[in-house]
Design a protein around this ligand. Structure first.
Ligand SMILES: C[S@@+](CC[C@H](N)C(=O)[O-])C[C@H]1O[C@@H](n2cnc3c(N)ncnc32)[C@H](O)[C@@H]1O
Ligand SMILES: [Zn+2]
Ligand SMILES: [Zn+2]
Length: 484
């Protein structure tokens, strides 16, 4: 198995001539990390010196200093997210599509903690509200390579842009040519299967959706990378959101600030010192003709791919330029995707993709006789915010960045058990489970109930890591088991 973190060799950050379109000045390996920022690496002292006039803008940026304060405080203004001299009232900005997810991907099999060696010859997984296929990727990347059985995967989402993206990603991973044809009414269901050795992908879609699939690979006419970035920046760097952005920066370690800003400016998940020269084509999965009809960036300004992957696993792959957070995620994702593709190559598996509301899935599966399956795992998600009264604060300086930071950190100390218990009661979890032949597991074997919650007596570093992750610990997982 190739470990991408070991095989990825960070290139020398002296990319100046390369970015100007001239011949690359340096393609050597780069063992020397800049000790000023730990964001970039160089092959030699010469390259570091040659690049300094440019790099110092990041390395010496006031934003990278522990003393940096948001502008509203320096200007003595009330920040934009405080309404009428009151408590912070955060509003959201941008469209609410979740192309990167906002909770870490999980391996929903976790074989060692469950079936261990008694793994059935046919293993069936149902992702009923899949979202992007992060959990499919993470689950497959974690599979043992010795299994000789067969994986059956049903992957559904009610939004076509999610399904289309999942189809494209799976086809890319399996190296297929997409191509769909049939002659029926635009709303009739159409099924198409691509087979590749011991693996296959079946899609069950309305005919008009099949016809729309290729548009997820086509950019709006003539869209350049520069235009795409400008459109993205209207959301990610909106001037009216400056206070929101600086509030978010202030609760992250100062050493991350420049890579966060760079990511918001460019939207490229790359090591900080990597050349951007070759990245001249907008990604049709984000800017594709159909998704982009309204010419707006599809995600919120706060959307962050770091939230979609387990911080602990990402931390295992750090580059020598350890503060390069997106570079670390890049290396981690490379290794997960390589592992995912490796596992796809060697397993026997079928992926069936649907595009319906989860409620309608059983009926559709029945038509395809998939209802006969016994699913070994069913994964689904709810997006429900529990009402929790915010702590009331009396402080004369409550508009200072530090007060805001502490106010934000307080969320990590809230117990969400009570509102969640009320929610379970209101939604009658127990009764619904019984109807479906399920009961809640007292002991979890896939993921702990509150994985992002701060543990009692947690050391400072756990608090720091959680606070920097942007999660507040309220993310709750529930495991059910079959009564039969
Ligand atoms: C709850 S969302 C939000 C993002 C999620 N927290 C993550 O990190 O991926 C996950 C996905 O569930 C899908 N979804 C929600 N309700 C659904 C339903 N009733 N039927 C099918 N899909 C649904 C949404 O379209 C979305 O892609
Ligand atoms: Zn060099
Ligand atoms: Zn530096």
């Amino acid at each position: 198995m190739a470990d991408a973190a070991q095989t990825y060799r960070p290139p020398c950050a002296n990319t100046e001539n390369l970015d100007n379109g001239a011949k690359p000045p340096c393609t050597k390996q780069a063992p020397n990390t800049c000790k000023g920022c730990f964001l970039v690496q160089y092959c030699s002292r010469e390259c570091q010196i040659a690049h300094w006039s440019r790099h110092k803008l990041s390395c010496k940026s006031p934003m990278m200093k522990a003393t940096w304060k948001p502008n509203w405080e320096m200007d003595g203004r009330i920040p934009a997210f405080v309404a009428m001299d009151d408590d912070p009232m955060m509003t959201i900005h941008g469209r609410q599509k979740y192309l990167w997810g906002n909770v870490p991907a999980i391996d929903i099999i976790n074989r060692l903690g469950n079936e261990a060696d008694n793994f059935p010859a046919k293993f069936c997984l149902l992702f009923a509200a899949s979202g992007d296929i992060r959990n499919v990727v993470k689950t497959f990347a974690s599979l043992p390579s010795t299994y000789t059985g067969y994986y059956e995967n049903v992957i559904n989402d009610r939004y076509f842009y999610v399904v289309a993206r999942n189809i494209v990603l799976l086809l890319v991973a399996l190296n297929f040519e997409p191509g769909v044809a049939a002659n029926r009414s635009p709303n009739s269901m159409q099924s198409k299967t691509w087979t590749f050795g011991t693996r296959s992908i079946q899609i069950v879609l309305r005919k008009r959706m099949c016809a729309r699939l290729p548009t997820y690979l086509q950019l709006p006419d003539g869209m350049s990378a520069g235009q795409a970035q400008n459109i993205m920046r209207l959301t990610t760097l909106a001037p009216e959101r400056k206070d929101y952005l600086e509030k978010a920066l202030y609760s992250r370690p100062p050493s991350w600030h420049m890579c966060i800003m760079k990511f918001r400016e460019e939207g490229l998940l790359l090591p900080f010192g990597h050349s951007r020269f070759e990245f001249d084509t907008p990604n049709p999965q984000v800017y594709g003709r159909t998704l982009f009809r309204s010419a707006l960036w599809p995600m919120m300004d706060s959307a962050d791919p770091l939230e979609g992957w387990p911080a602990k696993d990402v931390a295992k792959k750090v580059l020598p330029a350890k503060n390069d957070m997106y570079g670390n995620l890049f290396v981690y994702l490379q290794s997960v995707l390589v592992e995912f593709c490796n596992k796809l190559q060697i397993t026997k598996a079928c992926f069936r993709l649907f595009n319906v509301d989860a409620v309608d899935l059983p009926g559709l599966m029945q038509q395809g006789r998939i209802d006969k399956f016994y699913f070994d795992r069913i994964e689904t998600r709810l997006r429900k915010y529990l009402t929790v009264n915010p702590a009331v604060f009396q402080d004369r300086n409550k508009h200072t960045a530090e007060f805001m930071r502490i106010f934000g950190a307080l969320a990590l100390f809230r117990a969400f058990d009570k509102p969640f218990n009320n929610f379970m009661e209101e939604q009658r979890f127990e009764e619904i489970g019984q109807v479906g032949g399920l009961k809640m597991k007292p002991r979890h074997t896939i993921i702990e109930p509150w994985p992002m919650r701060l543990k009692l007596n947690a050391p400072q570093e756990n608090f720091d890591a959680l606070f920097a992750s942007g999660h507040i610990g309220s993310e709750r997982y529930v495991e059910w088991e079959s009564i039969a």
